[in-house]
Design a protein around this ligand. Sequence first.
Ligand SMILES: [Zn+2]
Length: 240
Amino acid sequence: MNQKPSLPSALFHFVLSAFLVSSCQWNSPGEGISIGEPNGATDQAPVVSQPSGPGTDPKSCKSSDPEFQCLALKIVSYEASDKPSVLSKLEAETLVAELNKVWSPCKIGFQLEQYESVNPTTLGLQFDPNWRSQASQVRAAFSDNQTLLIVATGKLTSSTIAVTQMPGYSPFGTLVEDGFADNPLTVGHELGHYMGLYHYRSSSNLMNPYIGTHTENLTSSQCATARSTNQKNWAQMFRS
Ligand SMILES: [Zn+2]
């Protein structure tokens, strides 16, 4: 089985704990979980060495395919006085290129339109936020109505590694903690929530509660839901 060298081999346990937000948690490495083969070409060499094509360029996902949905992304990365940024700009670009491969079966892509590295304390925010009480404050500090928001933070409270506001409620945005912010299957899973998807119990599905190195499949039904959510909720993030 091919392995993605950039991904940890541990399995992640994601738990949907609320209707309004999807808080995703990490569990001890699972055992006996069957991991299906990935979607063909998305599991090969590092994305940065791939030739560009529709949806694979982190700086532009514009496509000649009229069905392709190209969405603008803003990534904010926390830095601390004694710590470099959680996610460097180069790491953010690599992440977006890999996200584009994950979401390419749905003809959905992302382009990194804004990248900011900020010291959260200068904005009155904690490096390690309590996601239950402070996630809205974090989202409100950085969200706008032109881009999807991902904030790479310090450690979130307890075992939660990422949390995403489901569409229909504001402020919008994904928080993902240090150590997982560069993982395209973690962030890709969160973007799935962003685009209206809930958990899906298939061992190889991106939205499975247990995410491993090859859990990146998406069904045609999930693609349809994500695409319709984007048209309904995120039309201002479209770039063409
Ligand atoms: Zn989840």
